[in-house]
Design a protein around this ligand. Structure first.
Ligand SMILES: [Zn+2]
Length: 134
C-alpha cells in the first residue's frame, strides 16, 4: 500500500484502538518504513518500541509496503498497540539485562519475545471474540 493510504487508515482509527485498549493517555508516535530488529534480516509489518524510562510512551513502526488491505493495517496496528500494554515487561527486561550474563540474557530474551507474542495474540483473540458478540 502507499504510505499515504496507511497513514490515513491509522489516523482514522488509532484513537479508537487506544481507547479500546485503555491506552488513551499514552503518547503513541507512528512511523512508516521498514520494521526490522537489530541483528535480524526479517522485514516485519510492524514493531512497537517502548522506552522503560518514558512512562506511557511508544513508537509504532508500520512498514506500509507489507500491507495490501486496510484490515491488515488495522490488525497490525492493534497488535503493536497490544505490545504497549505489556511494556512493563520491557522494564523487567532492561533490569535483567544488567543482572544476567550475556548468555543468560540472550536465552531469557528469546523466552521473553515468545511469551510477549503469545500474550498479544491472546489479547487480540479476546478482542475479536468480544467484538463478535456485539
Ligand atoms: Zn508482536
Amino acid at each position: 500500500m502507499k504510505k499515504s493510504d496507511v497513514k490515513r487508515i491509522v489516523q482514522a482509527n488509532i484513537e479508537g484502538i487506544q481507547k479500546k485498549l485503555g491506552l488513551s493517555s499514552w503518547n503513541i508516535l507512528v512511523d512508516y518504513g521498514p520494521a526490522m530488529l537489530d541483528g535480524d534480516d526479517t522485514h516485519y509489518s510492524g514493531m512497537c518500541n517502548t522506552d522503560p524510562s518514558l512512562y506511557e510512551s511508544a513508537l509504532v513502526t508500520l512498514d506500509h509496503k507489507q500491507f495490501e488491505t486496510a484490515a491488515e493495517v488495522l490488525h497490525t496496528l492493534e497488535h503493536e498497540l497490544c505490545h504497549a500494554i505489556g511494556s512493563n515487561f520491557d522494564v523487567c527486561q532492561a533490569v535483567l539485562k544488567r543482572l544476567l550474563s550475556k548468555r543468560d540474557y540472550e536465552a531469557m530474551d528469546v523466552l521473553f519475545h515468545i511469551a510477549h507474542e503469545r500474550v498479544v495474540g491472546s489479547i487480540q483473540s479476546i478482542l475479536k471474540s468480544a467484538e463478535a458478540q456485539k
